[in-house]
Design a protein around this ligand. Sequence first.
Ligand code: ZN
Ligand code: ZN
Ligand code: ZN
Length: 153
Amino acid sequence: MSANIDQIIKKSQEACSLAGVKLTNKRKNVLTILLESTIPLSAYEIAEKYRFHFNEALPVMSVYRMLDFLIHERLVHKLETASQYMSCEHITCDHQHETPQFLICDQCGNVKEIGIKKHIMSELALSIQNTGFKLTHQQLELHGVCERCQKLV
Ligand SMILES: [Zn+2]
Ligand SMILES: [Zn+2]
Ligand SMILES: [Zn+2]
């Protein structure tokens, strides 16, 4: 797991330098915390883990700034309905990042990120448009029970 995280961090650094921005130590640390977590975290939880892991207090305001950066670079996603953050599951992938859809398990809190094909998204956008509603945000968050939790029943 740890080697895998190193790999993802390395890939993230490459992506940042390609974009002409810098993955500073603090940004990298915030990303590492999210990569190590099996569930999405709030900014407060990230600040708490930061102090514990890196022996350094990072104000929540700074955490938000780091998160804004990471979201902008598509390394992190925000779950809008819960105001929680998670690392992108496709950082080391070569394919294009599709519109993310999140499958949220209500039992263990695990979140799976899957991409929605463009044509499905445009069909959805079209049918929403037909109702007169103006769509500003395309992220989908769906709740349910994950495969592992279903087996536990
Ligand atoms: Zn993603
Ligand atoms: Zn992928
Ligand atoms: Zn579950």
